[in-house]
Design a protein around this ligand. Structure first.
Ligand SMILES: NC(=O)c1ccc[n+]([C@@H]2O[C@H](COP(=O)([O-])OP(=O)(O)OC[C@H]3O[C@@H](n4cnc5c(N)ncnc54)[C@H](OP(=O)(O)O)[C@@H]3O)[C@@H](O)[C@H]2O)c1
Length: 350
């Protein structure tokens, strides 16, 4: 099995290379700059791995870079400006595709733009194969199967510790800051709508006796969940305390002055909690909780497992949500050995 990593020279790309090496999967390092690819190969201990240079402005070169590979993992963000070119080339090269994007409008655009192209090519595309979207989308599916008929799904993301965001994540945030500050899309009554006020202003998080103030946030699963669950309303939230931090100016100079990403020790000390609250049309409620360490390390595990599964257990061609591409419980169970716990709770406890 051969998987190309586009953006292999970045912080996330190098973690994906390390995970491919751990899984004994042959990587092809792809990106726009050979020197940066050489450095990444050396950092990941992959001196013999193939390097292929192609920029996102050269479709033919990108297709050549992916040809002969079984899959592509795209880690080159910001995806809003460069992601579509990589998806188009992966499809043209006949490669299954996942990416690590968290940019909500980009993710929706991939669903809106490439469904037919991917179907015609017999290729499966799964955007947002990251620490948040995959487990939360899969958990939503588990809760929906439990409830039978779903009225509302509300997801809340809380991340503590960990030494902050990588430069690449900050660039993606800066590029989409207006949409982020506006709270992103809400799925309501059959369509995705910007600017809707959140229904919840506080959520009781696991292990806490008091509710935590929350605000609308453009999480990817607002785009993916309604593709496989018939539901009237889906919204994404995060801690309201994040709001003040979004007002700190993020110029390119400030971002460049920061480290590439958190050191390994800080990364591993980070803890994420994703809460999925679902209400049935009959009034019953269920909660799913996903908790674990290290969002970037977890993203590497999920992107590699996501690409590998598309190759060995093909899903239908097209652009798919995680729960359309993968068996929810089988995939969630793979994550347990990486320190990620997932549980469902009865309504009475929420
Ligand atoms: N949960 C989530 O939402 C989540 C989790 C993890 C990662 N992510 C996303 O993953 C992305 C990568 O993060 P990172 O920390 O690895 O960023 P990074 O260190 O800045 O790396 C970015 C990579 O993309 C390449 N690149 C950037 N712009 C490009 C362009 N226009 N054409 C071709 N290549 C380009 C860079 O190539 P050079 O080396 O040549 O500059 C580099 O390889 C970010 O968008 C981040 O938000 C999201």
């Amino acid at each position: 099995m051969k998987i190309a990593v586009y953006g292999a020279s970045g912080y996330q790309g190098k973690l994906v290379l390390t995970e491919l090496a751990r899984r004994d999967i042959e990587p092809v390092l792809a990106g726009r700059d050979l020197t940066r690819l050489e450095q990444a190969a050396s950092a990941a201990g992959l001196l013999d791995a193939e390097r292929r240079v192609a920029g996102t402005g050269d479709h033919a070169a990108l297709v050549r870079a992916f040809r002969g590979c079984d899959g592509v993992i795209n880690c080159a963000g910001p995806f809003t400006s460069s992601g579509e070119a990589v998806v188009r080339a992966a499809i043209a090269a006949g490669c299954h595709y996942v990416d690590t994007s968290g940019e909500q409008l980009y993710i929706k655009k991939i669903f809106d733009t490439f469904a037919t192209e991917a179907q015609n090519a017999g290729v499966t595309v799964v955007p947002a194969a990251n620490d948040g979207c995959v487990p939360v989308d899969l958990m939503a599916r588990v809760l929906a199967d439990h409830l039978g008929s779903v009225e509302e799904i509300i997801t809340t993301h809380v991340i503590v510790g960990g030494g902050g965001m990588s430069r690449g994540s900050l660039r993606s945030l800066a590029e989409t800051i207006d949409a982020v500050k506006a709270g992103g899309l809400t799925y309501d009554d059959g369509d995705w709508r910007p600017g809707m006020p959140a229904r919840r202003t506080a959520i009781r998080l696991p292990g806490q006796s008091e509710a935590t103030p929350v605000m609308a946030f453009p999480v990817p699963e607002v785009v993916t969940i309604p593709r496989h669950i018939r539901v009237r309303h889906v919204e994404g939230l995060t801690e309201a305390a994040l709001g003040d931090r979004l007002n700190i100016p993020l110029t390119p100079e400030i971002i460049e002055s920061l480290p590439e990403g958190p050191e390994e020790d800080s990364r591993r000390s980070q803890r994420f909690t994703y809460v999925i609250d679902a209400s049935g049309t009959d009034g019953r409620r269920a909660r799913g909780i996903v908790q674990g360490p290290d969002t970037y390390g977890t993203t590497a595990v999920i992107a590699v497992e996501g690409a590998r599964r598309l190759i060995v257990e093909p899903a239908k061609p097209g652009v798919l949500a995680p729960a359309q591409a993968y068996h929810p419980i089988a995939f969630l169970d793979v994550l347990i050995s990486h320190g990620i716990q997932w549980i469902t709770e009865d309504a009475s406890a929420t």
